[in-house]
Design a protein around this ligand. Structure first.
Ligand SMILES: Cc1cc2nc3c(=O)[nH]c(=O)nc-3n(C[C@H](O)[C@H](O)[C@H](O)COP(=O)(O)OP(=O)(O)OC[C@H]3O[C@@H](n4cnc5c(N)ncnc54)[C@H](O)[C@@H]3O)c2cc1C
Length: 265
């Protein structure tokens, strides 16, 4: 099936994009990599009247590292993160997650911001943002606001983004010397969305493990020790779906957490 008819706009700047989003409000959708939105249009799951294509806005792309954080622009493609020496050096958790996201053709177009704005509960990048305590930078007609990752993901495909707002970037605090991270997921086939996944980060403050594929959004478990995290996995409440029962997912979450956290110890 083909997408329903829509008007198309290709702004050259964030200001132009925001003006379009403000003018069309709920009738508009941002088009980034299109890897999720275009299938949604074709399946008629979404039928926006206007697509605001942000692909020409250079200011939204790329990775910048400062003394305190690594900033990932919303339009940065998955493949750029996968190949970035800066991401490998400063955010090894994100680097470890990238090869698990879909297939190379999708990673060539899909974007960091698209993945976080979509908020698929089985996606890798939202979990990494939670584990690393990233902050999302959101722009609207009244200016920019910052939203902590733990407040950004609101539920199934739901985020703190309001109509008329654009996700601009995320800022990840740079890990300190001695911090460790580990990532793992279980999927039926490599490149499929995870049945269960864990993105974990350990620092002097303790351990943070973000589980994905186990609920309507990524779930954080924090504790001082690996044993402490493992003892709380039982509190996750996955649902049954076509791919696995709730019991199977919980069992897989326990097994995977044991394997992944062993790498942090
Ligand atoms: C076969 C297949 C397998 C996949 N497997 C995985 C996987 O294993 N793991 C995974 O994480 N993803 C997976 N994906 C999804 C892929 O990572 C997408 O690229 C991603 O989810 C969406 O990014 P995008 O840039 O394509 O966004 P789009 O499809 O362009 O947009 C997605 C949504 O986000 C909104 N949006 C996009 N950018 C912004 C912005 N800057 N501000 C506000 N709203 C915005 C759009 O309006 C739309 O609602 C898969 C996709 C396919 C087709």
């Amino acid at each position: 099936m083909k997408a329903p008819r829509f008007a198309y706009a290709r702004p050259a700047s964030v200001a132009e994009a925001l003006a379009l989003l403000d003018r069309h409000k709920d009738d508009a959708r941002v088009l980034a990599g299109g890897q999720s939105l275009v299938p949604m249009l074709n399946f008629r799951v979404a039928a926006p009247k206007v697509l605001v294509d942000i692909n020409r806005i250079a200011a939204l792309s790329g990775v910048k590292v400062t003394k305190s954080h690594a900033r990932i622009g919303a339009l940065t493609r998955h493949v750029e993160l996968e190949r970035s020496p800066e991401i490998a050096k400063h955010l090894p958790l994100v680097a470890a997650a990238m090869p698990h996201i879909a297939h190379p053709a999708i990673r060539n177009r899909g974007t960091f911001g698209g993945s976080c704005a979509l908020a698929d509960p089985a996606a890798e990048l939202p979990a990494c943002a939670l584990a690393l305590e990233a902050t999302f930078v959101v722009a609207g007609k009244k200016g920019e606001r910052r939203v902590a990752a733990r407040d950004f993901f609101k539920g199934l495909y739901a985020t703190a983004l309001k109509p008329g707002e654009l996700l601009v970037a995320a800022e990840f605090p740079l890990p300190r010397p001695g911090d460790r991270s580990a990532f793992g997921e279980l999927a039926r086939r490599h490149g499929d969305y995870a049945m269960v996944g864990v993105a974990a980060h350990g620092s002097a403050k303790g351990l943070r493990a973000a589980f994905f594929g186990v609920g309507d959004r990524p779930e954080i478990i924090e504790a001082d020790t690996v044993g402490g995290v493992l003892s709380k996995v039982e509190t996750l409440a996955p649902r049954s779906d076509l791919h696995a029962s709730a019991e199977t997912r919980l069992h897989l979450a326990k097994v995977l957490a044991g394997r992944v956290l062993k790498n942090l110890a």
